[in-house]
Design a protein around this ligand. Structure first.
Ligand code: FAD
Length: 362
């Protein structure tokens, strides 16, 4: 009898498994990918999109076409429940789908829910398929504000400012951060990036946690910051799916998996990417996702072949990142080393384009 693998979410790890599926999977196995949008938007390229460097087609993957090309079925739906005792999931429209193995890569949700007025008035980076509309609103408004001084907030503020200056928008982008900007980086990195934000005439409020939003004003301690549109780019929250499914989750609600990427509550459920916490490595960094994709692929294939020994994920010892700073400048971070250069920007651009090429072949 044929087996059925259900891929929930078109995140990076699920897609990387599926692109090799035909070559690797046993013949009797069918697969389905379920995701709420036909397109998966690659958030690493959002800053380039808001800067005007990329088109819509550059930053999104046509999941339906991808599934057809790789021999699987696509269902445009959101999964709302997992019944692990019956190996069934339920979709938002009430369909039930049976599975033998399930691989969840559904990312996280945006944070901000506990700050008064954020849900009602702010824009968010997620769901990713709404980002083009969000970008348009931020480009056109007179007073755009970005809340969040981490990688994505800084990248988006710098790139948005470039777009606005190019289009003669006179009012600057404002960046508000509860901490210093890039709080996890060394002081000299923070200073260089802060200088760049100043040079580009971005208004910065550091160490300014937002208390509440009303329809036009951000209230943060003694500060009252006017906005036309505000993007909330601070923090993430876990998806609700796993807690509801009675699967073991960490104290925040992320699916707990072992280093084989299997749920601690059910070995038939795999999890990877932003939606999980790995029991042995509670703190892994985003640049470990490629490695997770390799482990996930190998372990799903082994599980389908009833092999007992699965491979174990180990995070990299040294972590790196490259940020787009706009105007063909990039920030390269690797262990103790860092630099701002055109070379870093070129490298990031090439990496992002190469990533997309794997999935958007005609
Ligand atoms: C502006 C910006 C820049 C970034 N730059 C970088 C960078 O340079 N490098 C880096 O490593 N990281 C970067 N990140 C972070 C990175 O993009 C995320 O870590 C990454 O998107 C997480 O990937 P994922 O596969 O876990 O989930 P996602 O990419 O969020 O994918 C989740 C998928 O699951 C689907 N889904 C969600 N819920 C359900 C459901 N209930 N049922 C079915 N499907 C569902 C979604 O539609 C989506 O297709 C950036 C983020 C932002 C916002």
């Amino acid at each position: 009898m044929s087996q059925h693998v259900l891929f929930v979410g078109a995140g990076q790890t699920n897609l990387s498994v599926l692109k090799n599926w035909k070559k690797r999977a046993p013949n009797h196995v069918e697969w389905t990918l379920v995701s709420p949008s036909r397109y998966h938007y690659y958030s690493e390229m959002f800053s380039g999109y808001i800067e005007g460097k990329y088109s819509l087609e550059d930053i999104r993957i046509d999941i339906k076409a991808f599934c057809q090309q790789h021999g699987g079925r696509f269902i445009e739906e959101k999964i709302t429940a997992i019944d692990k005792n019956r190996n069934i999931v339920l979709t938002e429209s009430g369909k039930s789908i049976q599975y033998d193995l399930l691989s969840a890569d559904i990312g996280s949700r945006h944070a901000g829910g506990s700050v008064q007025g954020v849900r009602e008035h702010a824009l968010f980076v997620k769901p990713h398929n709404e980002f083009p509309t969000t970008a348009d609103k931020l480009q056109r408004t007179e007073y755009p504000v970005i809340v969040g001084g981490g990688f994505s907030g800084v990248e988006l503020a710098l790139s948005l400012q470039v777009w606005r200056q190019k289009h003669d928008m006179k009012t600057p982008v404002t960046l508000v951060s509860a901490t210093s900007i890039l709080p996890n980086e060394k002081q000299d990195v923070r200073e260089q990036v802060r200088n760049l934000l100043d040079e580009r005439k971005i208004l910065i409020y550091e160490n300014t946690p937002v208390d509440s939003l009303d329809a036009q004003i951000i209230h943060a301690g003694n500060e009252m910051i006017s906005y036309g549109e505000v993007l909330w780019a601070e923090g993430n929250e876990p998806p609700l799916l796993f807690d509801y499914a009675n699967l073991p989750v960490d104290e925040k609600g992320y699916l707990l998996v072992s280093s084989t990427l299997q749920s601690l509550g059910d070995p038939a459920i795999f999890g990877s990417g932003d939606c999980v916490t790995i029991e042995e490595y509670p703190v892994w960094r985003k640049d470990d996702v490629i490695r997770q994709g390799e482990i996930l692929e190998e372990n799903i294939i082994r599980a389908l072949k009833n092999k007992q020994r699965l491979k174990r994920f180990q995070p990299k010892k040294k972590h790196g990142a490259v940020l787009n700073l706009g105007l063909k400048q990039g920030l390269y971070l690797n262990g103790d080393k860092h630099s701002i250069s055109r070379r870093a920007w070129k490298w990031k651009t090439q990496m992002d384009k190469n990533f997309m090429k794997q999935f958007n072949k005609s």
